[in-house]
Design a protein around this ligand. Structure first.
Ligand SMILES: Cc1cc2nc3c(=O)[nH]c(=O)nc-3n(C[C@H](O)[C@H](O)[C@H](O)COP(=O)(O)O)c2cc1C
Length: 338
């Protein structure tokens, strides 16, 4: 049997050694409360690279201090963050993996002491702050922050940038009719709701010519939310702008009960892949090599993103290889155990 999970994957000018991706995961461990990478982050990312994951994404990394989910998020809003991020990239590269960074702004889901911002002055829930509705100046300042963060990501040596447009964070708040109640050209029709992401992509691409991924929520679990035809529209627009890849997750826009089951989001990745003819990533309760192989072989998605399963087992690629009967090369230092 061919093992697609362990086949290289080329996107733009970059080749990943396999199709296994560490999905972005907030670790709330920037203990200085000023966004700097700590020894924990270095060990955390490098160990998954040693485990033979092909592409490692950092957690949601904030483009502005008010765009953090918590005071302990990683940041990239200042040049002083570059050095720590560079060390993460070097650690990941030592094991032949590639390094991606997820650029993020939490919008109304920022759980901070300070003023928070969103497209409209509507809180996520009763227990969360009411955000300030962004002025056009706020919008332009935020887009500029995405742009300068992309320049810093390049300086730190990252191979891929992913824009976080999922899980109800700022970009998603613009995209969704559930959270965007604006009356200006950034709200209303889906063309208008897409405008913030569109301008962000343009700004990022002024600094970044490497592979550009965007993570979206491909289901909002609300009858008045965006539907699959809207996501296909957004993905097609992104493709025409030069975005290379859509990483398809779901939820987080409004409080909703989700009943997850193995591969529960794969169908969204598959529909967007077919509908917009763009490569996609599948994520969500993918835990076995056979499951991952099925998704790839049936061309339902192009990369497999893993989150919690890699927290449990940094050597998951080895586990999957054993399951599939594939001989995976391990770190030289671990040969006697491999
Ligand atoms: C601890 C933790 C932190 C997360 N932080 C992020 C994040 O920073 N950005 C993001 O896009 N998704 C985040 N997620 C979602 C994961 O990337 C992933 O989409 C989700 O956990 C489903 O995959 P899984 O079933 O393999 O865990 C996080 C998930 C976990 C468990």
């Amino acid at each position: 049997m061919k093992h697609k999970l362990f086949e290289p994957y080329t996107i733009k000018n970059l080749t990943l050694k396999n199709r296994i991706v560490m999905s972005p995961m907030c670790m709330y461990s920037a203990d200085d409360q000023d966004g700097h990478a700590q020894p924990f982050h270095l060990a955390h990312y490098e160990s998954r690279a040693a485990g033979q994951v092909g592409l490692i994404f950092t957690e949601a990394t904030a483009v502005l201090p008010e765009g953090r989910i918590s005071h302990e998020d990683l940041g990239i809003w200042d040049d002083k963050h570059v050095e720590g991020l560079q060390e993460i990239v070097e650690g990941v590269r030592r094991h032949g993996a590639k390094a991606g960074i997820q650029l993020a702004h939490a919008g109304r889901k920022a759980n901070l002491q300070d003023e928070i911002f969103a497209p409209s002055a509507k809180a996520f829930s009763d227990s969360m702050k009411i955000p300030t509705a962004m002025t056009k100046d706020d919008i332009q300042r935020t887009i500029k922050a995405f742009r300068s963060s992309a320049a810093r990501a390049k300086e730190a040596g990252f191979d891929i940038i992913e824009l976080h447009a999922a899980h109800g964070y700022l970009i998603n708040q613009f995209l969704s009719p559930l959270t965007n109640k604006r009356k200006d050209e950034y709200g209303g029709s889906r063309e208008n709701r897409y405008r913030f992401l569109k301008e962000t992509i343009v700004a990022v691409m002024e600094e970044w010519d490497g592979p550009l991924f965007v993570r979206i929520s491909g289901e909002e679990y609300h009858e008045e939310g965006n539907k699959m035809n809207d996501f296909i529209y957004f993905a097609s627009e992104m493709k025409s702008q030069g975005v290379d890849f859509i990483d398809v997750s779901s939820g987080g826009v409004v409080p909703a009960t989700i009943d997850p089951y193995p591969g529960y989001q794969v169908t969204f990745a598959e529909k967007i892949k077919q509908g917009a003819e763009i490569d996609t990533g599948a994520v969500g309760l993918i835990t076995s090599g056979i499951q991952a192989e099925e998704i790839l072989q049936n061309e339902r998605a192009d990369l497999i993103f893993l989150a919690r399963t890699l927290l449990r087992n940094p050597y998951w690629p080895k586990q999957a290889a054993d399951e599939l009967g594939y001989e995976l090369e391990g770190p030289r230092q671990y040969t006697r155990a491999w």
